[in-house]
Design a protein. Structure first.
Lengths: 489, 489
């Protein structure tokens, strides 16, 4: 006799109805080979008694299994496990091959992705002060205003349609004010058709790289450079050509020299505040790079992720606003302007390119985050974003100056750096000590910082970016004190 | 004398400060070749008068340009356009090469994406009744409850951390209740590590396909099948093998025959309610397919996007819950359960596969929509989702029955269909008439429906899916009346 009581597992504390638990457990046992095809089940009354459930409950379970085709009734003979099911070898209880134990490993071959990029995963739980890279101070963000906009989608009847399927290019309701904003603030004479809303700058980069590159296409990036971008371009098939970045930005002579030898498909630049060194590309190099692009017909990705934050003059017009030949693909984001969790970014480019980017986005996800798009559109329209940028620039300028003073006064000759004209980080070179050791020691003392290992796998700059924007003046002092103590230990 | 008044465009109605407008306009003119390198500018007083702005405003503009490096001062000689800038050929005003006109087309070669998939783009503006595919009735969705959860992220202090960078696998705060929910409702004995939250089911499919497939890998899909999935698999490099879907689901004998001839990497199935025909894969075929997967070590993508909606019995346990060898990659979504604009989907698989999927997701975007994830977690925890599913199933069952009755009574022999056991659509074959013509006529009369052309490029089924879930009983009657009138015209 089959030990149904042992086989069929019932848990009266969970929300799943009893009859379904019984039905599902019987299915699992069929799959495990404990209840074989053609097996005659005991009568409902007997089985109900054995499982200590009401007979009606048991009958519902049997009906369910009959409806699904796991069991079948033969007239005047009884209820059987369906004979058409395949023969199963019985597996041991609790073995890794039991359906009650989820498989530990995949039963097919797995390819490694090796996207070895920077992880911010622990930022939510890290109780340390954090100066890894630069990110906005979430305490300053206009969250209440954002939530008010979010609620309006429910409250305003004409907004209800936005709960429906939307446009993978991003809703026009956001692209319209964004296009005006970019025109007024960055001199981009664009229309909403030139914009696609992406999930942060990274998606803009991913889409662009994967659309432009096929295996073996030559790409130029700065050295040192933004490792995540390089990795993204590489994974999209690009062959990476590294060009030195000096105090005037990426070396355009070197790019020209490469163009004379190879067919270059794409140049990736961060002209406003180069990552990692924060330098700004000079006007003459900008214009020469644009001229080169027009001559050799390559695309320029202009990554301008922290446009808003420039402290000693107004932000510099992007190269895209000087592009007369349609070579520049301009990538921006609100992630640094508001809070990291708001993943609204954008790509600006000639319309025929944006159309293809939109199709590629559609292949990854049907649409972006419409509800957030509508809310952000509201914040543009009522001036909240413009005001927030003004306020942030004022506060971050003070924080930059204070942080640089602290580095200067407390660490003196231990480090060297240039005061950055913009952005959220200082590029700090360590004149003494080994940065990974210092970072590990600082972490234990309450300060989380990058160990600088990710800027290049082969070259050790013994330097890292330190973010000054998310810590207030007191926190900055504590952070630099910890760093000093980590360096002397 | 240079006509500065004509060159420098100022618009006092826009928000950009005047001095910045002047500065940017001068930069544009340098780029256009109208103000050449080495050109001496008139004195600030003269230029201010010509442009009819305050002298201080003009001085601010010049300071800005000096700071950025576009201009330079030579002691006792005056202010010049920087000599280091490259020589530019002057372009005509208003020409497509003027930076004041955004380039119409890209200056580099563009690859076509040709993701010819279904577009839902117009659903937000379409005033017609819509029966294209099946989608939830947004009037039933628990939007107020969702907004309450969303607001709690701002209100509850311990939630503030979620504004920070998060985990590309999706926040554990959602994966935990989701894992319990899937365990209780679908018999999936998983833990949160077996889940990645994606942007809808499509991202799950994209990630999985691109992770599993390299160019030339053999893939099996059903015929007729879900065109968007086939396209996604194809674009990821898969060679598509089409296998007939009959009234019992995909033909497993045919899959076995292929396995004997070729190395199959992946089988894509929608066992619960096949798209488009809505049939359910029988238990014996499920078990045989699982056995084949274990034997030939291929992966099964089980797309279960409308799991919740099964009307004549409880939803069938997914194949994933019977998978003892780790072959099944299970894809689900809340898009059909709540509203299309909420793009929360998930993939369930053995942990070593989910780890790679997470890295690949990170390469596309740093993280998903954390704020929505937290809100949805709240709706799981307080039972709103479970209740909403119960309510929807009740209403949609009535709508299914009513819609099928209307088709039967009003269209009689013009169409044939099976009453679907679940999902949101009926697969309707047109016995007479040409579906694209009928659909075009219906559209003009106020009914938007698919013309059936997308299920296969080569085979004309003269059939389409009609969604019954989003229209109430009155609307359904109107819709079928329009359809009838379109068929007789």
């Amino acid at each position: 006799m089959i030990p149904f009581k042992a086989l069929i597992i019932i848990d009266k504390t969970v929300a799943t109805p009893l009859y379904l638990q019984i039905a599902n457990s019987i299915i699992q046992n069929i799959r495990q080979g404990h209840l074989r095809r053609g097996l005659k089940l005991p009568g409902a009354r007997v089985l109900a008694a054995e499982l200590n459930v009401h007979r009606k409950t048991l009958q519902m379970a049997l009906d369910e299994l009959l409806a699904q085709g796991w069991l079948e009734i033969e007239a005047r003979k009884g209820t059987f496990v369906a004979k058409a099911l395949p023969e199963m070898k019985a597996v041991k209880f609790g073995s890794s091959q039991s359906p009650l134990v989820y498989p530990e490993k995949a039963g097919f071959q797995i390819r490694k992705v090796n996207f070895r990029s920077y992880s911010f995963t622990n930022f939510q739980t890290d109780k340390n002060l954090i100066i890894t890279e630069g990110f906005p101070d979430i305490r300053l963000a206009p969250i209440q205003e954002l939530m008010r906009e979010m609620r309006s989608i429910e409250r305003i009847k004409s907004f209800r349609k936005y709960f429906h399927y939307g446009n993978p290019q991003g809703t026009a309701y956001l692209r319209e004010p964004l296009s005006s904003f970019l025109n007024e603030t960055r001199g981009l004479p664009i229309s909403p058709e030139n914009i696609i809303i992406t999930n942060g700058a990274q998606m803009g980069l991913y889409l662009t790289a994967n659309l432009l590159l096929t295996k073996g296409d030559h790409v130029v990036v700065g050295e040192p450079g933004y490792f995540t971008a390089t990795l993204t371009l590489e994974r999209a098939g690009g062959v990476i050509n590294r060009v030195k970045v000096d105090e005037n930005g990426i070396d355009v002579d070197a790019i020209e020299a490469i163009c004379k030898k190879k067919r270059i498909r794409l140049v990736y630049v961060i002209p406003h505040h180069h990552l990692p060194t924060t330098v700004t590309l000079t006007p003459e190099r900008r214009m020469r790079l644009l001229n080169l692009a027009a001559k050799y017909k390559f695309a320029i990705i202009e990554d301008d992720y922290d446009y808003d934050f420039h402290y000693d003059s107004s932000p510099m017009l992007p190269m895209a606003s000087l592009d007369t030949h349609g070579n520049v693909i301009y990538i921006g984001t609100l992630t640094k302007t508001l809070v990291p969790a708001i993943r609204i970014g954008f790509v600006v480019a000639p319309r025929n390119f944006i159309e293809e980017v939109t199709q590629m986005r559609r292949s990854i996800e049907f649409q972006g985050d419409t509800l957030m798009e509508i809310s952000i559109a509201g914040l543009y329209k009522n001036g909240v974003i413009a005001n927030h940028i003004k306020k942030s620039v004022r506060i971050y300028r003070e924080r930059r100056d204070n942080f640089c003073n602290l580095l200067q006064n407390k660490l003196e000759d231990l480090v060297s750096f240039q005061i950055p004209e913009g952005g959220m980080c200082v590029w700090v070179r360590f004149n003494e000590g080994n940065l990974p050791v210092i970072a590990a020691s600082a972490y234990k003392k309450g300060l989380t910082m990058s160990d600088g290992s990710s800027y290049n796998e082969k070259v050790n700059y013994n330097a890292t970016r330190m973010g000054f924007s998310s810590l207030n003046l007191n926190e900055q002092e504590k952070a630099v004190d910890i760093l000093k103590s980590a360096m002397s230990s």
